[in-house]
Structures are given as C-alpha cells and as structure tokens.
Design a protein around this ligand. Sequence first.
Ligand SMILES: [Zn+2]
Length: 369
Amino acid sequence: MLTPETIRRAPKALLHDHLDGGLRPATVVDLAAEFGYRDLPTTDPAELTRWFTRGADRKSLELYLETFAHTVGVMQERDAITRVAAECAEDLAADGIVYAEVRYAPELSTGRGLTLDEAVEATLDGFRIGAGRAAAAGRPIAMRMLVTAMRQAARSVEVAECAVRWRDAGVVGFDIAGPEAGYRPTRHLDAFDRIRRENFHITIHAGESFGLPSIWEAVQFCGAERLGHGVRIVDDIEVRDDGAVALGRLAAYVRDRRIPLEMCPTSNVHTGAADSIEHHPIDLLRRLRFRVTVNTDNRLMSNVSLSSEFAALDAAFGLGLGEMEWLTINAMKSAFAPFDERLRIINEVVKPGYAHLRAEQSQVLAVPA
Ligand SMILES: [Zn+2]
C-alpha cells in the first residue's frame, strides 16, 4: 500500500472541486465574525467540521446541498471571496496538486450587491495570491477557474457570458451544478449554445443523483466535453455472471470518445450515489479504461483531500503509483487549459515526479535486511 506521504508528494491534478465546498473551518468562523453572518450552527472550528460532515453524509444530494448555505453565507464580499480562493490554492498546493480547476457559481455571491463579474474577479485575485504564496513555499500550482451556473435558477445565459468575458484571465470553462432531478441539462441549452459559439469549454454535473437521460442530454444536446461525476453511466454497462462485460450505446460512446468522468468517490457515498468506496463504480470504470479522473468535490463537507481520496482508493483497490500516474495523466489530458500547457505539466512535472517516487521506492526495496 502507498504511504500517505508518498501519495501527498506525488504530483496530482484536480478537475472537480467547489470553492464554496472547500473553506477552512476556522476561516468560516472568522469571516462570519468579520462580516456579521449570524447563522452558523457553532463557532468552534472542530465542531463546525463535524457539523458539515454530518450534514453532508445523509445519502441525498438535496440534503447535502443544504450545508452550503453557511459557506456561501460568508462569501458575500469581495475580500471574503479573495481570502477563500487564496487559501484554496495554498491548501491544494500543500496537498501536492500541481494543476487545479476550481469551480464557483458567482450568482451565489450576489446577495449583498456584488455583480457576477466582481465575484469572478475576486476569485481569480485569490487564486493568484494563493498560487504566489505556494510557489514561494516551493510548491508551484497552476490555478484555473470554472464558472458555474445553478441549474435550479434562471441565470445561466448571463453566467455563461460572464465566463467567456474572463477567459483570458484564468477562467477555462463553464458548468452547471445543483439538484439534478427535475432540472435536466437541456433546460440551459441557450447557455451551452452561447459557450459553444465562442469555442469555449463545457463540463456538466450529470449522472450523479439522476441516471442515463441526464448524461445523454449533457453529452449529445449540450456539448459536455467532460461529465461531473457521471457515475450512473454504469447503468448502461452489464456485467454477466461469467465476468463478460457488455456496454450499451451511451456507455460505449462515452468510452470510445474518451469523455472524461470527474469522479468524486467519498462525495458519492455521502450523497448516496454509491454505497461505499469498495463498491464505487470507479473500480469497474477504470478497469474498463474509461477516461476516469479522481476528484474531491467538496473538501470541507466530505472532510477529504485529493490525497485522502487516492489513499482510500489505494486501500480498496490497490492502485499503486502506476495507476495513480495514469489517473493523473487522464486528468491532465482532460483539463481545459491549452494543449501546450497541459503537455508541459505532463512531461515536466507529472512524469518526472512519478519516476522519482518509483526510483525512491525501488531503493527502499533494495536495502538489504
Ligand atoms: Zn460537484
């Protein structure tokens, strides 16, 4: 089994992480005091951490999403958003992540008068500050933003246009998130059309709490280049008693076209999309060589890091460094940053990083007893 330290030091890439799902608990408490947010269930950071995790682990996406009222509640001012984004970059870099796309729905921060553009700008400022501090500490990280629209709201066209306005300043794509049942992706077709006409990028939360129709619409109607979660694609895969596997048309399309799945194992256990890590469809999907990537979703609510997710997968399925590198290269190939930047990170950071760790491991093994 890989040690926690090896996993942390291994270069990693993260494609699915929510800014409002990854605050430091102490920062939530600080910001609530600073900006007069009075609804926190407790002001003790340790108790608050437990409260968030308990709130998240209720086997329902809708209940899981309720916990975000308190993080979004303290993200209504420019300085608060910038601090959260800077700490996000620092925390991800400290976890050994070298490339991250972190998403946020700016419409959630407009409660006290910020505009969508101000919320996006504050996020990008924070990423720059945090990445600067991380680089100074010897842990360079490339931070990019995905701009999200909430699927139950009606601002997706406006949000999509905002995403495009910031494309040269660090925004690399557009997403929709929120409750899936009852809010199919095609509800936001105008927004996706706007993005596609601009030759910009789309990822869609689909196949998390709702099944194949949501994935099908996301890919075939809305132009999703990646799928957020996508776990329910297993509903289109039949594993027979003799071990033979048959893929339905949609599953075959997703695998053939190498459509990346942004899988978030612990989050799926909390929302009830999977009953345990051991039974998570990620094992079947990676063995069938779908374009699987490993992600955190909400580090605060699920009390995870990307390293802890890899550790859990390694414990359940024996990933080893080889599979971890494959999953990381999958993520880098699927990133929305330009091709030359992705290639540089793969060749100059990821591959040498894993080669170095493998050499260390073989030295350890070669030491005579
Ligand atoms: Zn998500």
